[in-house]
Design a protein around this ligand. Structure first.
Ligand code: ADP
Length: 716
């Protein structure tokens, strides 16, 4: 439930987290993809640079061969060598070039015309000048001329020729020299070039004739003959020598990224790779980034929701606690004000009937206060996990009858009937904690009466034997009251929750502790409590507990033998059974009011009570006079109860044996044992109940000092 609330409250923050992560993913994706692209681009560029350098060194080596021959011929000319000597020299040069590793594979021949005579390194006959395109380059005044690749007439192989004019030392033009190189080793080398791990390469000569290309149909033709490269020729011719042209090109219907570079000899080297191979990994990166963003935003969202739900439930709890404390102080102040005001009035009207009425009211309000404080005490016991249960026999019917009687008394004057349907076969005596069973029934029936303006309150009691020989008791308390809204049912058993706060109904007495305590009690007794309700129509609470069986005979019909309510019983004031005339009792307490109350209660038993306001005064009084029974308050300034007891016991022999009873307002478990182990004879909890007082008096005052009570005396 808090998770659902948290989701509702947090949806804006969650949406923000989602959007933030999406944006983050988007930005990082753009950044990373861009980075990867740049990186790939760099790799491709460096690939083509490496290829270009390799080709350049080959071309330079080929040119060097020519220049080597030219140098040797010029030197020979200077020495005045004739055509035969020059021919011999060229043959020698050709032989040495064939051994040069860097041009071994491509070198074909060296030849030329010097002073009008044809010279040939391989001693071949001259070819026709028309068939030697390099001749057209030869007339250039200086520099090296690279011919277009052509088929060598003598070898029938594809070659390219490098030629240059030969000048002697006087600058006089003496002829032309040329070197032929095979094209095949070069194109083979270029074909092996790849960008990245894929793609292909191609080589064009200076006039855009394709020298090598994956599609052999295009080799030997103009690049612009390939329909996909129509515009490439234009871009390449506009390119300067050092530049690297990057172009997206479509090859065979596939988008490629291509890089083109011009070589020293005027050729063009191109490398291309399919775009999706090259940048394909960016799609993976995108996927990984977005998946990560999704996982992270879900994770963070979950953490946020958990945190919010914790905060919400903590806030709700603290809000309930704050309102509980405010209500509690109101709840306690109201009866306390009444008690103070009424007692003042009672003092003024002492003896008059109005005075008695006020006293009756004081008693009623005091009892209400006691219920609140008992509930609080129970709650603190529940919270500290210290809720002890008795295992003593009790009369089943007495409890049910008492609860019924109290409910019926409360409904006098209201158009509300209290009905009962109890299985007569339920065992007459059960074993358990009678007070706790009463507490469960009291809470449920008094709630039913409180929240039912008119109609009925129905108490059902049934029982089933358990396998271990005990009984599963089921109490059903139904009413035709205001009912509870479905969404409020969930928090009904939570501490400090009062549903009527949300509605506009007039405030009803209560601290919102009854149901949580009832549930704790039921669960501690092996059962549980459930509720069904229809708002405006009524509610049905079903409480279950497991009890032992002391007397399995049937308890009989509740209604038939419902005991007559004794006068005085309804307020919990049993009539004294005995009086103790002539008995002397000492009461030591530091609070004067408590002494007045104790004195008043003791007066029912016709004892002579002496009161002292401190331990010290008490010890002095006990030394002067012999008492039959001494009550000592626990918490007192100076000498506390335990110290006073010690002082009394040590004062004289008589006091060593005098019965001494501890008085305490602390109702925590274990107090009795503590007092007894410290030398007290008995223990009496405050506020003092007449029943318990009488129990103690009869226990400690010998039979000789007792008389049967003559009549019923009441406190109100
Ligand atoms: P309280 O002392 O306020 O009655 P409870 O814990 O006994 O505290 O009850 C908690 C709340 O549950 C009540 O304030 C009331 O709103 C609701 N409630 C309990 N019993 C009934 C009932 N029989 N019909 C309608 N509402 C009920």
């Amino acid at each position: 439930m808090p998770l659902k609330n948290a989701l509702k409250k947090e949806y804006k923050r969650l949406a923000f987290v989602g959007v933030a992560f999406f944006l983050m993913a988007l930005v990082s994706n753009v950044y990373v993809v861009d980075m990867v692209k740049k990186q790939m681009d760099l790799y491709h560029r460096s690939d083509i640079q490496v290829y270009k350098i390799t080709l350049r060194s080959l071309i330079q080596a080929q040119e060097a061969v020519l220049m080597q021959a030219v140098g040797a011929i010029v030197t020979a000319l200077e020495k005045g060598s004739g055509p035969d000597e020059l021919q011999t020299l060229l043959r020698v040069i050709t032989g040495s070039i064939r051994d040069q590793k860097n041009v071994q594979e491509t070198f074909v021949n060296i030849y030329g015309y010097i002073d009008g005579s044809y010279l040939d390194g391989s001693s071949l006959a001259p070819g026709s000048p028309e068939a030697a395109p390099w001749l057209s380059g030869a007339p250039l005044p200086s520099g090296v001329y690279h011919s277009r690749p052509h088929i060598d007439a003598r070898t029938g192989q594809m070659v390219n020729s490098i030629s240059t004019a030969v000048f002697d030392r006087n600058g006089e033009r003496r002829g032309v020299l040329a070197v032929d190189h095979l094209l095949a080793p070069v194109t083979k080398m270029v074909q092996a070039y790849k960008v990245g791990y894929s793609g292909f390469s191609f080589l064009l000569d200076g006039s855009f004739t394709v020298l090598t290309f994956p599609d052999p149909g295009l080799v030997g033709r103009q690049i612009s003959d390939g329909p996909e490269f129509a515009s490439l020729e234009k871009s390449l011719s506009a390119m300067d020598d050092q530049a690297l042209l990057e172009r997206a090109v479509t090859i065979g219907g596939v988008r490629h990224i291509g890089f083109f570079s011009r070589l020293e000899n005027g050729w063009f080297l191109g490398v291309a790779a399919p775009l999706n191979h090259s940048f394909g990994q960016t799609a993976h990166i995108t996927m990984v980034i977005f998946s990560l963003a999704l996982v992270l935003s879900c994770g963070l969202g979950l953490v946020l929701v958990r945190m919010a739900s914790d905060i919400i439930s903590a806030e709700e709890k603290s809000r309930s606690k704050t309102s509980f404390l405010a209500r509690m102080s109101h709840e306690i102040r109201t009866p306390l004000n009444a008690i103070l005001g009424l007692s003042l009035l009672a003092r003024r009207n002492y003896g008059a009937s109005a005075g008695l009425k006020y006293l009756g009211e004081i008693n009623r309000t005091g009892n209400h206060l006691l219920v609140i404080i008992n509930d609080l005490l129970d709650l603190s016991k529940v919270e500290s996990g210290y809720l002890a249960f008795k295992h003593e026999p009790y009369r089943t019917k007495t409890i049910i009858s008492d609860i019924l009687s109290i409910a019926r008394i409360r409904t006098i004057g209201l158009s509300l009937t209290v009905e009962v349907k109890a299985d007569p076969n339920i065992p007459a005596k059960l074993i358990g904690d009678e007070w706790r069973v009463r507490q469960i029934l009291m809470n449920l029936t008094s709630n039913a009466v409180k929240y039912t303006p008119a109609g009925f309150v129905r108490l059902g009691v049934s029982g089933w034997p358990t396998v271990d020989g005990r009984i599963r008791l089921v109490f059903k308390v139904e009413d035709s009251g205001i009912g509870i809204k479905p969404h409020q049912l969930e928090s009904l058993f939570e501490e400090f929750v009062r549903l009527d706060e949300q509605s506009n109904t007039k405030p009803i007495e209560g601290a919102g502790l009854g149901l949580p305590i009832t549930r704790t009690l039921c669960r501690a007794m092996g059962g549980d409590i459930t509720v069904t309700s229809e708002f405006g129509r009524g509610s049905a609470f079903r409480a279950e507990i497991i009890q032992g069986i002391a007397d399995p005979s049937p308890m009989g019909d509740i209604e038939q033998s419902e005991p007559e309510l004794q006068a005085g019983e309804e307020d919990g004031v049993p009539p004294p059974a005995f009086t103790f005339p002539g008995c002397k009792v000492l009461v030591i307490d530091d609070i004067a009011t408590n002494l007045v109350v104790a004195e008043g209660l003791l007066s029912f038993y016709e004892v002579k009570a002496t009161t002292c306001l401190s331990g010290r005064l008490g010890v002095e009084a006990a030394k002067k006079e012999r008492f039959d029974l001494i009550f000592i308050d626990h918490v007192m300034p100076d000498l506390d109860g335990l110290a006073t007891l010690k002082a009394l016991r040590e004062a004289d022999e008589y006091l060593k044996k005098t019965p001494m009873v501890a008085l305490t307002a602390s109702a925590m478990e274990g107090m009795r044992e503590m007092f007894l182990s410290n030398g007290f004879d008995d223990y009496l909890a405050k506020p003092i109940s007449l029943g318990k007082l009488e129990e103690i008096m009869t226990r400690w005052i010998p039979m000789t000092g007792r008389l049967p009570a003559e009549g019923i005396k009441q406190s109100n």
